[in-house]
Design a protein around this ligand. Structure first.
Ligand code: F6P
Ligand code: MG
Length: 470
C-alpha cells in the first residue's frame, strides 16, 4: 500500500516536472534564440574558441607558479593537490576545444543539484546529451559553466581548495589603477566637505558625475582582455565630457527623478530607503562603485546601500567578499591620505550597517534573471525591498536580457520577461552582442561605421526600468 502510494507520488511529481518543463518551453519559444558558439564567427564563437582557452591556460599557469607556496603551506600534500587540480583544468580545456558535452558537477557543493538540473534541462531542450556541448549550447551557460568547473577543479583538491586563481590578476589591476583611484578618492573627500550645503542642481550634477565614473569603470574587466592587465590609468573625471557621445542610452533623468522624488516623499525619520548595487569587477570599478555608494549616503539620497558580490571566483575579475575586504584594507593602509580617509569612512559604514555586503549562489548560476523568482525566490524577495537596483557590467546585462538575439529596438521591459523586483538601472559598457532599447536605426548605423561597436567596450548605456512606470 505504502509502496503504491510512493509510486503514485513519484509519478505525479514527474508529471508536474514535465508540465513545468513544457510550460517553460512554450514561453521560451516566444523569445529569440540564445547567443551561442553554434553561430560561427560570432563573438560567442570567438570567445569559446580563443578567449576561454586563453583564460584557462593562464589559470593553469598561475596554479603551477604557486608550487612553492603550496609546498610551504601544506608540504607534499599541497604539491600533489596542485598537480591534480592542473590535471582537471587541462582536461576541461580539452573538453572545450574538442566540443564535448558539458558533464555534471561532482564536488558536492550546495549549488550542484541546481547546476545539474539545469544541465538536464538544456540537454532536453537541445534534443540530446551531445548537443549540450561547448559550441552548440547557449554561450551564457557554457561560459558560466567554465568558471564553475575551474572552481570544482580546486574544490576537489583540498588543501588548496581556497586558492583563487584570479587573485593575482585582480591585485595587479588594483595596483595599476592607483593614480585613478587616488583621483576619485580626493574628489570624493572634497565633495563630502560641501555636500550638506548642496542645492538640488548641485546634487544632481554630482550624482551624474559619479554615476558616469562608475559606468566607465566597467571597461576595466579582465575577462574581455582574457586576463591581460586592463586597468584605469588616467583620472577618469577629466574624460567624462569627451565620453558622453558614446553613451547610447542615457536614462539618467529617470534615475534622478526617481531618487529625488523618493527623498522628498520621505516623511518621517523612520521611513527607510535602500539602494542595491549588484557588483561586477573588483579593482578600479569596485572603488568607483564604492565612491558612488558613499555619495548616495552622504547626499541622503538613500539610507542604506546593499552590495551583492560573487561567492566564488568568477569571470576573472568579479568581486568576492575577499576582494571587497582586501580593497578596503589596501586603501586604509595606503600612503595616499585621501584614499586612506575614504576607506576609514567605508569601514565605519560597514560596522554601522549602513553598507551591507551580501552574496547568494544565484549570482554564480547560469540562469537568466527572469528565472530568479523560480530558482532563488529568497533573493528575489530580498531585491523587492530595494528602492533602486544598479546592475553593474556586461554579464549582468546579458543575464537581464537572457543573452538572446533581440532586435536593437526591443523594449527593455519586454526583454526583462517579468524580472522586475524593483526599479532597476543597468550601468554597462558594451562587451557582448546583445543590446536592446535603442532608437530605430541607431544599431544599424553603428554597425555600418564600427563593426566592433557591441564588443569593444567603447560604448555604454545607462538603462532604467521601473515596474511602476518611468
Ligand atoms: O567573456 C565574455 C564576457 O561575458 C563579455 O561579454 C564581457 O566582456 C565579460 O565577459 C564580462 O564583462 P563584465 O565584467 O562587464 O561583466
Ligand atoms: Mg566582470
Amino acid at each position: 500500500m505504502a509502496m503504491r502510494r510512493m509510486m503514485t507520488e513519484t509519478a505525479s511529481a514527474e508529471k508536474e516536472e514535465e508540465e513545468e518543463e513544457e510550460e517553460e518551453e512554450e514561453v521560451r519559444s516566444e523569445v529569440p534564440d540564445s547567443l551561442s558558439g553554434k553561430y560561427t564567427g560570432s563573438f560567442a564563437y570567438l570567445t569559446i574558441k580563443d578567449r576561454l582557452p586563453q583564460i584557462l591556460t593562464k589559470a593553469i599557469d598561475t596554479v603551477h607558479r604557486h608550487t612553492d607556496t603550496f609546498f610551504a603551506q601544506h608540504g607534499q600534500e599541497g604539491v600533489e593537490a596542485e598537480k591534480r587540480a592542473i590535471g582537471l583544468m587541462s582536461k576541461l580545456r580539452n573538453e572545450l576545444q574538442t566540443d564535448k558535452p558539458a558533464l555534471p558537477l561532482t564536488d558536492g557543493l550546495p549549488d550542484v543539484p541546481q547546476w545539474n538540473k539545469y544541465l538536464k534541462q538544456q540537454q532536453a531542450r537541445l534534443g540530446s546529451e551531445e548537443n549540450a556541448s561547448w559550441f552548440k549550447a547557449p554561450w551564457l551557460y557554457m561560459e558560466c559553466y567554465m568558471y564553475r568547473r575551474i572552481h570544482e577543479a580546486l574544490q576537489l583538491n583540498p588543501p588548496i581548495c581556497d586558492f583563487d586563481v584570479f587573485n593575482e590578476a585582480k591585485t595587479q589591476g588594483f595596483l595599476e589603477s592607483q593614480q585613478a583611484i587616488n583621483a576619485i578618492s580626493t574628489h570624493l573627500q572634497e565633495i563630502n566637505e560641501k555636500v550638506k550645503g548642496f542645492n538640488e542642481t548641485q546634487l544632481k550634477a554630482e550624482l551624474l558625475r559619479l554615476l558616469q565614473v562608475a559606468l566607465w569603470g566597467n571597461r576595466c574587466d579582465l575577462s574581455i582582455s582574457a586576463g591581460v592587465a586592463n586597468s584605469q590609468k588616467f583620472n577618469p573625471l577629466t574624460a567624462l565630457e569627451s565620453l558622453k557621445p558614446f553613451i547610447l542610452i542615457d536614462d539618467f533623468e529617470f534615475v534622478w527623478s526617481h531618487l529625488i522624488n523618493n527623498k522628498k516623499k520621505k516623511t518621517s525619520e523612520t521611513a527607510h530607503t535602500r539602494i542595491d548595487i549588484v557588483l561586477d569587477n573588483s579593482g578600479f570599478e569596485l572603488v568607483a562603485d564604492l565612491v558612488l555608494a558613499d555619495f548616495l549616503i552622504t547626499s541622503q539620497l538613500t539610507d542604506e546601500v546593499h552590495f551583492h558580490g560573487k561567492s566564488i571566483p568568477w569571470f576573472v575579475s568579479d568581486t568576492t567578499k575577499k576582494d571587497f575586504d582586501w580593497t578596503l584594507k589596501q586603501m586604509k593602509t595606503s600612503s595616499h591620505p585621501q584614499m586612506s580617509r575614504c576607506a576609514v569612512a567605508w569601514e565605519k559604514n560597514v560596522t554601522k550597517g549602513v553598507w551591507i555586503y551580501q552574496d547568494h549562489p544565484f549570482w554564480t548560476l547560469p540562469h537568466e534573471f527572469c528565472d530568479m523568482s523560480l530558482v532563488a525566490n529568497d533573493l528575489y524577495a530580498e531585491l523587492q525591498k530595494s528602492n533602486l537596483i544598479f546592475f553593474k557590467g556586461d554579464l549582468n546585462y546579458r543575464k537581464l536580457t537572457g543573452d538572446r538575439k533581440w532586435s536593437y529596438t526591443a523594449p527593455f521591459e519586454t526583454v526583462l520577461r517579468g524580472f522586475q523586483p524593483a526599479p532597476l538601472c543597468s550601468l554597462r559598457t558594451l562587451k557582448a552582442d546583445v543590446q536592446v532599447g535603442l532608437k530605430p536605426g541607431l544599431g544599424e548605423q553603428l554597425a555600418g561605421s564600427d563593426p566592433d561597436w557591441m564588443t569593444s567596450g567603447h560604448y555604454a548605456i545607462i538603462q532604467f526600468s521601473n515596474p511602476f512606470g518611468k
